[in-house]
Design a protein around this ligand. Structure first.
Ligand code: GDP
Length: 464
């Protein structure tokens, strides 16, 4: 499918930079390029060959010096004719270049429209289009590797294989419905059906880990003032973000930053003291802290290794009762021996678990100051989300949309297998098989409505 109109957008991020790129895609890409770009050396455009010249306006006045390249479809990102013009990376100049492209006949692209065209033109399937977005938004190397693998097409291939496994039995069932039984060669559809069920189940089983790697998790640090929450947050990020100060209660707002903990992108939120305060600004902070606790997937209860539980802990510990919680015993650098650390950690664990009325999910001894125990804390958090099983080949389903559709496909395929074994009539079997194939098609994008496409591609930035 080719589109009538030609789209254009700024492909580089907003702000100042070394270069800015305007991308044009569609059947008039070359025409528009020729209208707004004058190469220094005249001559015909050779695809994929960069040319030096100037972007000009309608009067022929120079807008900026530029490099431009033309790519002939289908060998381009969108599978259409594409032109890319690189100019100096200032917001105003890039905008002016875009305006020239629009004046020359292009339409301003919608978010994700280039990638959507790549999908609708059949160059990539929907899982690969989604992987493109995941590559852009990846915050950890693990998430990036998964997205690159998905773009590479392993999931697309696996889904095609599964689809073929389901197609054969469907063709057989349809033949049985359409023709008298004697005319149809009997076929045992059990092996392909069983293989499809197994493959779908195997994919769904990888999703819990995959989704964690891609979407990450939220961890909120709570604890008494001065326990070292801000310091720990900083140490985990290894950058100086939170304002660390020895005066209690000065972390007035919640601070959020993403750290890579054991390969999992974890949004860490630092909270102000949970204890009630008369200071209105601090009370606002308390409200936000409660919200941060409510949103968290896991809480890090940070306690000072030298302090002992007190009355002001009650409220804080109460918040941990409904959440998975890791006890982080901080400031262990102030304790002289490893034995003494061990003793202190045991004591605090016991005391806080009594207060909590339940064991913690893990206890880790750390020093925000020296960095001791931070790796262990990171892997502890990651393991809490990833579970124990590992999928070392990097072939994980990373998307809840995929998981849900594949789980449905597995159920339908299982029902079909069951029906076949029980000798249910072929027309009923065909219904389940069709549903399973359609559910697989939702993932690859073969069976997908405009609403869903819009929902997926509107999350992209303009120019992608
Ligand atoms: P918060 O109120 O819980 O956010 O605590 P801060 O991070 O502001 O830390 C309070 C004080 O404890 C500061 O003076 C920090 O320098 C100090 N501190 C934090 N973590 C450690 C640690 O691991 N070891 C030592 N010795 N001091 C720490």
């Amino acid at each position: 499918m080719m589109y009538d109109d030609t789209i254009a957008a700024i492909a580089t991020p907003p702000g100042e930079g070394g270069i800015g790129i305007v991308r044009i895609s569609g059947k008039d890409a070359l025409l528009i390029l020729e209208r707004i770009f004058v190469p220094v050396r005249p001559g015909r455009w050779k695809p994929y060959r960069m040319r030096y010249g100037h972007v000009v306006d309608r009067t022929g006045a120079t807008v900026d010096e530029a490099l431009a390249v033309f790519m002939r479809g289908p060998h381009s990102f969108t599978a259409e004719d594409v032109a890319e013009i690189s100019v100096h990376g200032g917001p105003l100049v890039i905008e002016q270049v875009l305006q020239q492209a629009l004046a020359a006949g292009a339409r301003a692209a919608n978010p994700g429209e280039f990638t959507m065209r790549a999908f609708l033109n059949g160059r990539i399937d929907l899982t690969q289009a989604e992987a493109t977005l995941d590559i852009i938004t990846a915050r950890t190397t693990a998430a990036l590797a998964l997205a690159e693998a998905q773009l590479g097409g392993w999931l697309s291939h696996e889904l095609h294989r599964i689809r073929d496994l389901l197609m054969d039995p469907l063709a057989y069932c349809t033949a049985l419905v359409d023709f008298p039984e004697d005319d149809v060669e009997p076929q045992n559809v059990e092996p392909p059906l069983a293989a499809a069920v197994q493959a779908l189940d195997a994919l769904v089983a990888t999703a819990q880990q995959g989704i964690v790697y891609r979407q990450g998790a939220r961890a909120t640090l709570i604890g008494r003032p001065n326990a070292g929450k801000s310091s720990l947050l900083n140490a985990l990020l290894r950058i100086d973000r939170a304002i660390v100060t020895p005066i209690p209660g000065t972390t007035r707002d919640t601070l959020e930053e993403t750290a890579s903990l054991g390969g999992v992108p974890v949004v860490l939120t630092d909270t102000a003291g949970i204890a009630e305060s008369a200071d209105p600004i601090e009370r606002l902070g308390v409200e936000r802290s409660r919200r941060a606790v409510a949103l968290a997937d896991v809480l890090l209860l940070v306690v000072d290794g030298l302090a002992r539980p007190g009355d002001d802990d009650n409220e804080i510990v109460a918040l941990t009762r409904s959440k998975r919680t890791i006890l982080a015993v901080n400031k262990i650098d102030l304790i002289d021996s490893a034995d003494a650390v061990q003793e202190c950690v045991e004591l605090l664990k016991c005391a806080y678990e009594n207060l909590r009325g339940a064991p913690f999910d893990a206890t880790v001894a750390v020093s925000a100051l020296t960095g001791h125990g931070l790796d262990a804390l990171g892997t502890t958090v990651a393991r809490l989300f990833l579970g124990e099983s590992s999928h070392a080949d990097g072939r994980l389903v990373t998307n809840a949309r995929h998981r849900d559709a594949l789980a449905r496909a597995a159920d339908h395929a299982r029902d079909a297998l069951d029906s076949f074994r029980r000798g249910v009539s072929p027309d009923l079997l065909a219904v389940d098989l069709t549903a399973a194939i359609n559910a697989v098609g939702e993932v690859t994008g073969e069976v997908v409505g405009d609403d869903l496409l819009h929902a997926i591609f509107s999350r992209f930035c303009i120019g992608k």
